[in-house]
Write a protein that binds this ligand. Structure first.
Ligand SMILES: C[S@@+](CC[C@H](N)C(=O)[O-])C[C@H]1O[C@@H](n2cnc3c(N)ncnc32)[C@H](O)[C@@H]1O
Length: 193
């Protein structure tokens, strides 16, 4: 049944996580003993579904602001009978509020919003909890000195570079960058006990 979602994503150009990215998430879930996940950017629910299948004990909250994608995600969760395990919200992450605490946050929404979302939900992450951030390589563009790309793309690359620099200096976290995984992934581990 997963193929139905993968096919839809492919045909409608919905960006969903690839197998390499999923393996990374699964490894993090195991290694850091993750029991609860807060995902920002559900799209059509694919990554949340895959994580819930990987570990049926996980509890996942996921937020999507696009109504059409949200409705499809609702439908797919029903198909897999996963509504007890995954709570899906139609909301802009920049306005969404929750008192819940999580062991892991997965930032997979608009790249320009990573920093604001990281700060907004910092208190929702348990000490020792982790944040996984996807797409930090911008297809290698962040490592190029000279960029011959549209202004809009250049601005986004600059934002990602700034985010990368900010997290490296952020002493609230221990930070590991995996530039060779997918399109570049960061793993942030919240300090404290
Ligand atoms: C890369 S896709 C998510 C893919 C999904 N995690 C997966 O792998 O199956 C990013 C999604 O984030 C959503 N998004 C972007 N900005 C958002 C925001 N501020 N709040 C909530 N969702 C947002 C987009 O509509 C898009 O569907």
């Amino acid at each position: 049944m997963l193929e139905i979602i993968e096919k839809y994503a492919d045909e409608h150009k919905v960006p969903i996580i690839n197998e390499e990215g999923l393996d990374f998430l699964f490894e993090c879930i195991k290694q850091y003993n993750v029991k609860s996940i807060f995902e920002l950017g559900s799209a059509i629910g694919y990554s949340a579904l895959r994580m819930s299948i990987f570990d049926p004990q996980l509890k996942i909250v996921t937020v999507e602001k696009d109504e059409e994608r949200y409705e499809l995600a609702v439908k797919y969760l029903e198909m897999f009978d996963k509504h007890h395990q995954i709570k899906l919200f139609l909301a802009d992450a920049l306005q969404f509020e929750t008192n819940q605490k999580f062991d892991m946050m997965f930032l997979d929404l608009a790249k320009s919003k990573y920093q604001v979302v990281l700060d907004r939900f910092y208190d929702n992450l348990n000490a020792g909890g982790i944040v996984v951030v996807d797409n930090l390589g911008m297809h290698g563009l962040v490592f190029k000195e000279q960029l011959k790309v549209r202004r809009q793309v250049r601005q986004l690359v600059e934002k990602i570079k700034a985010f990368r620099e900010a997290i490296i200096k952020d002493d609230r976290f221990e930070v590991k960058l995996f530039d060779d995984v997918g399109d570049g992934v960061a793993l942030l581990i919240k300090k404290g006990v």
